[in-house]
Design a protein around this ligand. Structure first.
Ligand SMILES: Cc1cc2nc3c(=O)[nH]c(=O)nc-3n(C[C@H](O)[C@H](O)[C@H](O)COP(=O)(O)O)c2cc1C
Length: 346
């Protein structure tokens, strides 16, 4: 029997399959269903400080605008009032989640100023969260704030919250730091117990009729897995803290890839919204099947087996054989029919 046990943020988990922050993880019935389907830990949706201050993020608008394009999946999306509004409601959600499920419950926080981050971090710990994810979702749009200042601020924040609470802290990162490796190592030094790689940034769209800049949430595809795959592969040897692989995990094979690159756990939101909570059982089955077929007895044995320090060509994670890849790709197209045409002909 394959052994799926793993450790994440010092917590012992029965498997590496974690539900990342999203609409399902903010609903008690869905949490119970997730547990039944085998989830090993649940990350609650973020408590957004702006929301508490009633300066709305318009998440409800994001949800409703694209409701139709996702059909059934979107019908699971709660309205913003039910999503994660207000500190009292959020604390109650932690308390009720702890009563309802046995798996660890990880709170998630997105603050706007240092006072808020610290205040709410204390409250979430007090409500019984097993660990806390700091969602550093921010768009560096102000040309007066350079990268070094922004990174310094984030590092100070992590260190201060680490002093304030005693539960483990994971930092959910964007991939857009100028030197991600240096920043990741600094986060470890600042006291983070783990890194979540990565959050997804939702870029706005433009309506050509109304000329409105519109917010738009699109769910991920498995192709997006390659970004966390690269960075987990590169960073595993430099980090002794936990790594969670997030973005593009839609199958047990995707999960296997991130674990082989060095992840301790893999997280999923989009695939559950698309296929339903039960999809988690398929992910687990596929992961087990892959392990049996490839003679891995445990997740422990798999973790980092293909990280950059463990492979013959570590540069594969970095330049990804840039020149060779471009040359062979180009040769398929030069002098050939465009893909669309040949597909039609074929
Ligand atoms: C509708 C929706 C709501 C989300 N809410 C949050 C949130 O509150 N906090 C957070 O850190 N990430 C949130 N996420 C991001 C997911 O947790 C996850 O990091 C991202 O979707 C990438 O993983 P995936 O490819 O499995 O979807 C949300 C994603 C979706 C689709």
């Amino acid at each position: 029997m394959t052994d799926l046990h793993t450790k994440y943020l010092g917590l012992s988990l029965k498997s590496p399959l974690v539900a990342s922050a999203g609409p399902f993880t903010g609903d008690l019935d869905r949490m119970a269903e997730l547990e039944e389907a085998g989830v090993a830990a649940i990350v609650l949706p973020s408590l957004f400080e702006e929301q508490i201050e009633h300066d709305t993020l318009e998440i409800d608008r994001l949800f409703s605008i694209h409701r139709e394009s996702f059909g059934e999946a979107m019908s699971f999306f709660p309205e913003v009032d039910d999503y994660n509004s207000g500190i009292d409601a959020y604390m109650e959600m932690i308390e009720k989640a702890k009563e309802r499920v046995d798996v660890p419950v990880i709170a998630s926080l997105n603050g706007t100023n240092i006072g808020g981050w610290l205040k709410y971090a204390r409250l979430l710990e007090g409500a019984g969260a097993d660990a806390m994810e700091l969602n550093l979702y921010t768009v560096a749009a102000n040309p007066l704030i350079d990268g070094a200042s922004l990174e310094r601020e984030h590092l100070e924040l992590v260190a201060l919250i680490g002093e304030e609470v005693s539960i483990p802290i994971a930092v959910k990162l964007s991939p857009y730091y100028s030197s991600l490796s240096a920043f990741a190592v600094s986060l470890q030094e600042a006291g983070a117990s783990g890194l979540v790689m990565f959050n997804r940034f939702y870029s706005p769209d433009l309506n050509l009729e109304t000329l409105d800049v519109m917010p738009r949430i699109a769910l991920s595809t498995p192709e997006e897995l390659r970004l966390p795959l690269r960075w987990i592969g590169i960073l595993r040897e430099h980090l002794s803290i936990s790594i969670a692989g997030s973005t593009g995990v839609h199958s047990g094979f995707d999960s296997a890839k991130l674990i082989l690159a060095g992840a301790d756990v893999t997280m999923t939101t989009s695939s559950l919204l698309i296929h339903g909570v039960q999809h988690l059982t398929t992910i687990e089955k596929q992961l087990r099947e892959w392990m049996v077929e490839h003679d891995y007895e445990s997740v422990e044995q798999m973790r980092g087996a293909v990280a950059s320090d463990a492979v013959a060509d570590p540069a594969a994670y970095e330049r990804a054989n840039y020149i060779g890849n471009i040359a062979s790709f180009t040769s398929q197209f030069v002098g050939a029919e465009p893909i669309g045409l040949s597909r039609k002909d074929g």
